[in-house]
Design a protein around this ligand. Structure first.
Ligand code: C2O
Ligand code: CU
Length: 539
């Protein structure tokens, strides 16, 4: 598997210190890159101005910059986010935008990122999905002290594995990531694949009513069910059919009703401009708390990778929905062979779904009014997608260690908690491993309604089975795996990256309410001392 091979293949490349910094001040939310990796922002600027002149002024606040090279500065600071002309949020950002700039780096390079904190709270950066050394993983109180207001920290690591990743604060993530402290990270492969357009869409959700911030997720949930008389939103806490309090899974989509792509919602979302005949890649990243069911109009497409890892021989998809869970990434590719004005749309039944429609516009065509299609379509099952191939792990292998993680939703002294084997972090038992161990983990979602996108830091794992059925499609290698209620998955990985690694639900509200564990290597020593004056919050 990837992780094994890459350990052997590490090649030291000389630092290229002359990296260029490409700042595009234009309004393109989705910067196309040509196949040589050049920023095409300036080329795409003109048509976007022509088609969407009125979003230009507002869009400056959320333009996605693309930074290339190997030395970066990310400044955490407050900024106004214009989701559309009428909807503004006070956001927490890296470099003033949501998402933060895209860091576009080359496989094999050593990159250096200076984090400066201008926010009133401590922050970090976690490089979601990238296997970095443990002390670069950005976990407050576990791999470093969170960076205090006014202070800075330098992250430095070699990027070995090409693909689509993202970065976000790991300090009090349920608040900080929710406020916008995230961005995308693309590791370009050594051998450049040829696509003509390379877009990135980071999806997220926002509260319609910011006063509900404290009520979101488990904490607010228990609070809400105890404050029915004082809450304006009491009608939301009980489902019509019964007196049972609503589950987190039912309540969140009713609170988070503004969906965004690259920091824009609804008609403010910048169209992806394409030309007939082009090969188009869209890198989808979910930075939010909700799953999104995406549908591409007018084109069949291939899912070429998930969580940065390639899919073997992916077939064309049509008439199905691609579900992207919190923390997951999917790279899709299609050939622009159907000129016109199309949408990539959200087709879940969540109230916010209609606000996530990304226009896909052929040059020379008028943007027509979004014509969202309706109707239920089957979901793509990634465990059956693509073609089987030789892989690193199988169900028949013998493993050094086997763990089971039962994921559940439990009331504990009047609080909604999300548990692993009945415990909440930091009382969850860690997975103890030794370097070189082959580890098999069975994940079981016992929550009646909540889904749990489980994310392992520092490693990729291979998905071996779902509900007892071996994966029959492409070997499926991921860092974030979504479990619906009742589902059971078996995954395997090699313990090849010593440290203390978080293994948690990427519904960050669930993580904050307990659903977090650690993979701990025997004999590993931290290289820092916890500073008690920093209010480290590792979730
Ligand atoms: Cu996306 Cu523990 O993180
Ligand atoms: Cu969860």
């Amino acid at each position: 598997m990837i992780s094994k091979q890459l350990r052997k293949k590490r090649i030291a490349l000389p630092l290229i210190l002359t990296g260029t910094l490409l700042l595009s001040a234009c309004a393109a939310n989705s910067q196309p890159m040509d196949h040589q990796g050049h920023d095409m922002a300036n080329m795409s600027q003109a048509p976007q101005q022509a088609t969407e002149p009125k979003t230009m002024s507002a869009a400056i606040d959320s333009a996605m910059e693309v930074l290339t090279g190997n030395t970066f500065t990310l400044t955490a600071k407050e900024s106004m986010l214009h989701l559309d002309d009428n909807t503004m949020k006070t956001a927490w950002t890296y470099n003033g935008t949501v998402p933060g700039p895209q860091l576009r780096v080359k496989q094999g390079e050593t990159v250096k990122i200076l984090l400066q904190n201008q926010l009133p709270e401590p922050v970090t950066i976690h490089w979601h999905g990238l296997p970095v050394p443990n002390n670069m993983d950005g976990i407050p109180g576990v791999t470093q002290n969170a960076v205090k207001p006014g202070e800075s920290f330098t992250y430095q690591f070699k990027v070995d594995v090409p693909g689509t990743y993202w970065y976000h604060s790991h300090q009090n993530g349920v608040v900080q990531v929710d406020k916008g402290l995230y961005g995308s990270l693309v590791v370009e492969p050594k051998e450049q694949q040829s696509v003509d357009k390379d877009f990135t869409l980071v999806v997220d959700e926002w509260l319609k009513d910011d006063s509900m911030a404290g009520m979101s997720h488990g904490g607010g949930h228990a609070g809400m069910s105890m404050s029915t008389t004082t809450s304006d939103h009491s009608s939301m806490m009980y489902s019509n059919s019964s007196e049972m309090p609503m589950s987190d899974a039912e309540m969140m989509p009713l609170m988070y009703t503004i969906f965004s792509a690259n920091g824009k919602t609804g008609s403010a979302i910048t169209p992806l401009m394409i030309k007939q005949g082009e090969k188009v890649r869209i890198r989808l990243i979910n930075a939010g708390f909700l799953s999104h069911r995406l549908y591409l109009q007018g084109h069949e497409y291939k899912i070429v990778s998930t969580d940065g890892q390639p899919i073997n021989n992916p077939p064309l998809v049509s008439g199905q929905l691609l579900n992207i869970a919190p923390g997951e990434r999917y790279d899709i590719e299609f050939v622009a062979n159907n000129p016109g004005s199309w949408l990539l749309e959200e087709r879940s039944s969540n109230p916010g779904a209609t606000s996530l429609t990304v226009p896909i516009l052929y040059e020379g065509y008028e943007a027509t009014k979004p014509k969202a299609e309706k109707g239920d379509l089957p979901l793509i099952d990634m465990t059956k997608y693509g073609e089987a191939a030789k892989s690193d792990f199988s169900l028949d292998d013998s493993y050094d260690i086997e763990y089971t993680m039962d994921l559940n939703t439990e009331m504990k002294s009047g609080e909604m908690t999300f548990t692993i084997n009945g415990k909440t972090y930091p009382d969850t038992p860690p997975l103890q491993v030794k370097k070189g161990d082959l580890v098999k983990v069975k994940l079981v979602n016992k929550s009646p309604k909540d889904l749990h996108p489980m994310h392992l830091h520092g490693h990729f794992f291979q998905v071996l089975s779902k509900n007892g059925q071996p994966v029959s499609g492409s070997p499926l290698v991921k860092d974030t795996l979504n479990l619906l209620p009742g589902e059971e998955f078996v995954v395997a990985f090699i313990a090849d990256n010593p440290g203390e690694w978080m293994f948690h639900c990427h519904d960050l509200g669930h993580a904050a309410q307990g659903m977090m564990s650690e993979v701990k290597y025997e004999g590993f020593q931290r290289d820092f001392v916890v500073d008690p004056t920093v209010n480290n919050k590792p979730e």
